[in-house]
Write a protein that binds this ligand. Sequence first.
Ligand SMILES: Nc1ncnc2c1ncn2[C@@H]1O[C@H](COP(=O)(O)OP(=O)(O)OP(=O)(O)O)[C@@H](O)[C@H]1O
Ligand SMILES: [Mg+2]
Length: 284
Amino acid sequence: MLDQAQALRTLVRDRLTSGGTIRRPIGTYTIAVTSGKGGVGKTSLAVNLALLLSRSGRTVRLVDADFGLANAEVLMGVNPTFTLSDVMQKRIDVSQAWTDSPGGVKLLSCGSGLEEMANIDSTAGLVLLDQVMASASDGDVIIIDTGPGIDNTVVSVLGIADEVMMVTTPEPTSLADTYAAIKILLSRSADANITLVANCCNCPAQASALAEGIDTVCRRFLDKSLKRYEYLPSDAAVGWAIRIRKPLVLSQPQSPVVSWLRKIAIRLEERIRDARSCCRLGEV
Ligand SMILES: Nc1ncnc2c1ncn2[C@@H]1O[C@H](COP(=O)(O)OP(=O)(O)OP(=O)(O)O)[C@@H](O)[C@H]1O
Ligand SMILES: [Mg+2]
């Protein structure tokens, strides 16, 4: 078995020979769910959107790319046999690392509490994600749940996404970090397609004010306008679903937050269809 340092060296060498970027899968709609600040509801949103899109007939791949702190598996209620760490250590091929999850979603976890993943350098992280994207390219939709913030790996993942779903909450710290994350992302990928989800709001008016505020600042200082989704209310059902390890849309389909999640899934489905028809037109 290769030791960790050797595995990393091999990965970096492979990366250098493969051109140095994550390749964007063709024909697949990739959504990166991200945020400036942590703990704003990304994983919950990613897991439940994956299930809703799968239910509407899409083949969905969910990638937990929160290196070292992956927890989509907890929300999904599955125990992956393998993780990206096994891929990095060359124990398995990336195609073997996917875990069958509720609703037909296939999940790839980068593992939790694994030091080698928590400390992965950004080059090796990109190599792994490049392999992941290649092995997920048979799906209609790839949802990538990222860690919070603006480190190199996260920004690179956002750069190849068809849509960067930025999750924010009404807290001033979250707003400030959202703006910072958007600014850094745009400095690397000026044409990023950024959409905003206002989570944990008390009412639609609060969400509108929040989204309007961020949009205004982005337009004024970054010359970028953001598209918005419906809001998500603060709802105790979200925490309950995590505690019982059953996805919210399956365990509490009648909860208010699920009805708003469905609205987001419907809008997302429209965006996927639009992107597909643009591609087809481009092919003609
Ligand atoms: N709409 C909501 N209503 C109530 N609680 C929520 C809501 N969304 C998220 N939460 C709570 O926020 C916490 C963090 O959720 P989650 O793990 O999805 O966030 P995250 O952004 O992925 O966090 P991290 O940055 O650590 O990966 C959880 O305890 C969850 O119950
Ligand atoms: Mg998370």
